[in-house]
Design a protein around this ligand. Sequence first.
Ligand code: ADP
Ligand code: MG
Length: 253
Amino acid sequence: MKHNNIRPDNGLTQNKSVEATTLNSTSQIISQAYREGRKALLETEAKAICLDYQIPVTSFKLSKNEKEAAQFSEEIGFPVVLKVVSPDIIHKSDVGGVIVNLKNTTEVRNAFRTILENAKKFAAAAEITGILVQEMAPQSIEVIVGAVKDPQFGQTLMFGLGGIFVELLKDVTFRVAPITREDAHEMVTKVKAFPLLDGYRNTPPADLDAIINTLLNTSKLIMDYPEIKELDLNPLMAYEKGAIIVDARIILE
Ligand code: ADP
Ligand code: MG
């Protein structure tokens, strides 16, 4: 089975040790959030959990000032994206908290200031943890992997295509977790918009294995941690080869 574009398939022995550290670090993040009275994990925390579960995310670094943001953007490589990180802001772009396609340090420094001003304007009381600098993923077809804890069925996975397909047309598939590879394949191929993923006009087909692996790893995550009440990997950028998460949100019970 092909793996995602960031982590190679390492074979059994290594997988076992990865899993051991994995559970440790995810449980640390979750217990720290509870200790601090936070139920919505920060994007940095949600993405660290994704990495623990071999779900690829865009590389990121949390900056505390303009100078750090400029330095981190050079380390990560241009273009970059800047985002507000705050326990009080769940939908970042709603408050002008996301600026994409920054091409040099001047643009990064300006964006840093703009995001802080926007946060002050739209969410005056919000505590700001920092500004996240991250690798900009090339534009592509955006899909969504989600999870909700259904009162009746328990942990449930969701799949759909980004934007209007989910929001307006409700073109999504659900399966109760844990899911098999076959379930995951069905979730992806049974949405009405599937032809868009399957090579439409001049677009090459998306890497279905990469999407399916993300669904399977997410299934494992929510089964391991029943305290996860909601999860949103939105969007997952799907490519001809590989797929990568650019935003992750996890809400605890
Ligand atoms: P929100 O909290 O509003 O959901 P997101 O982190 O999802 O914020 O950012 C909003 C949009 O910006 C995304 O849906 C995506 O289209 C784009 N975006 C965000 N991060 C990246 C990135 N690292 N690379 C490319 N596009 C991005
Ligand atoms: Mg998002």
